[in-house]
Design a binder for this molecule. Sequence first.
Ligand SMILES: Nc1ncnc2c1ncn2[C@@H]1O[C@H](COP(=O)(O)OP(=O)(O)OP(=O)(O)O)[C@@H](O)[C@H]1O
Length: 573
Amino acid sequence: MGRNIKRILIIGMSIISSLAVGIIRTEAAEATSSFGSASYEWMQGIESPIGVYVSSDTPIYYMEMIVTYDPEILQYSSGGELEEEGRIKVEIVGEESIEVSQMLYFVPLCSGTTDITIENVIVQYESGETAAVASTSAPITVPLEEGCALKSLLVNGKIIEGFQPDILSYTLDLAENIEKVEVTAVADSDTTTVEISDTSLVIGENRIWITTMNEEGKRAVYTLTVNRVQNLSGEGTTKEEKTRHQEVEVLREEKEEGGNDIQRIVFLILAGLFFILAVLLFLLIRISERKRRNRRRCRAKRIAYQKADLLKKVRENDRQKEVLNKTSEIEIDVQHVTMIFKREKDEATSIKELLIRTIKRQRSYELFKALDDVSFTVYKGEVVGIIGTNGSGKSTILKIISGVLVPTKGQVIVDKNKIQLLTLGTGFDFELTGRENVYLNGAIIGYTKEFIDEKYEEIVKFAELEGFMEEKVRNYSSGMVSRLGFAIATIRDTPEILILDEVLSVGDMFFQKKSSARIKEMMNGGSTVLIVSHSTSVIKSNCTKAVWIEKGRLRAFGTPEEVCEVYEKMNQE
Ligand SMILES: Nc1ncnc2c1ncn2[C@@H]1O[C@H](COP(=O)(O)OP(=O)(O)OP(=O)(O)O)[C@@H](O)[C@H]1O
């Protein structure tokens, strides 16, 4: 589009410039012709000069003109080249001036008024260009000599309007149908002879000369110009008719001049319009180019932003994937867990006291914060030991994780179906036998009867309780109970999350080693294990990480060595 606009602009500009040049040339090619004076008064019989001039605003290289005069009144002497009577050619070459002139000489033959005219002027400039020049006339009056005046002058019996003896030239318009007039001229003196030329009229302009001559032979010529004019009725010699005719002529001339002026104005307006159009087109191109540049810049910016966005998204995606991968490895997420228990003040020492207090409504309670804003994360396959002094809240956090207790505040994110919780004495009926407790405890954990049947001997063997299974658990030592519980809980093929509350530190040294070995087997099988213990050696030898909880608050979380070290230091203090 831009190219097309440019082409239009170039074409428009060339049109404008050619128009402009045309206008300038028209003005530059204008030249005017003139005489030295607007009018002349010469004496009869005396040679008189008259200057002819042509001027222009550009130096004139060649000029040629024809000067016409009335040979009845003037006799040509010198200055030009006489082509024929009444017609002189003047030629000037190579003056290279903006005004060229020539002096002509005439001798007035008689009194009278006549016109001398410059016509057919040709002007050429050095560039080869020519200019048209309008014709010019100047009146020459040769005053009357004594005894040459007319007393009266009549046309068709009527005195010519405005006749005066010393006015030698008259014009009148006659109707077209008048072919001949009768002219009567009466001289002032009897000795004056009067001669009248042919009075026949042709269509258009006619000249009739009335020549007078005194005794000395001096002459005067009265000139009567008669126009046979269309649409004039009658003789048409009245003043109104003349005036009307003159007005028509003036109007025609004005119209012609006006036509030229209008042409120029139209040219100027057109040139102006083209100029405005060119400026507008130029501005349009500039604006459209700027817009295009802005659009390109915006597009580049947009692409850059899009790229940056894409990169950001890709990075974000990668990060999210990383987080997801990591998140997918999270097994237990303890988030700001707080546990508040409602505890009775001054616990009753007997059932009777409890009953009396209840009836009297004397029982009062206090709120106890067992855990305070505890957070930690356990990843899949980790073995995390929880250490702390008595009553610090270790069991409480295990119960919350396994879903036995609901925290007052915070939450634990974990799949509870994966959890296997093993605590001493949990799910045991001390009045039942060891065998019966295997089935009872197994059912509580979620084993089927068939599974227990299948694994029963293995459980007994691992617990080293062969020969004691028909005994009531009541008669078992605490070590036997914990061995049996441990064996039942760990017989299942690697539970995904195993929670052991004070299990590993019970039993003899041999069983402790055995249970540790099984825990390691589970860890190798991918189980996540949480172990609560008072023993830093149990934590250090079994765990990959450790949590220290003290008075319900998380004191340390890190490697077992680090955590146990600070814990032991605290205990020594
Ligand atoms: N159900 C409950 N009602 C009221 N208080 C409780 C309850 N369970 C535990 N507590 C109290 O919460 C505190 C933390 O008990 P928790 O059993 O979690 O401690 P622990 O660290 O496991 O102690 P230990 O090592 O002696 O087993 C203790 O003071 C305990 O008395």
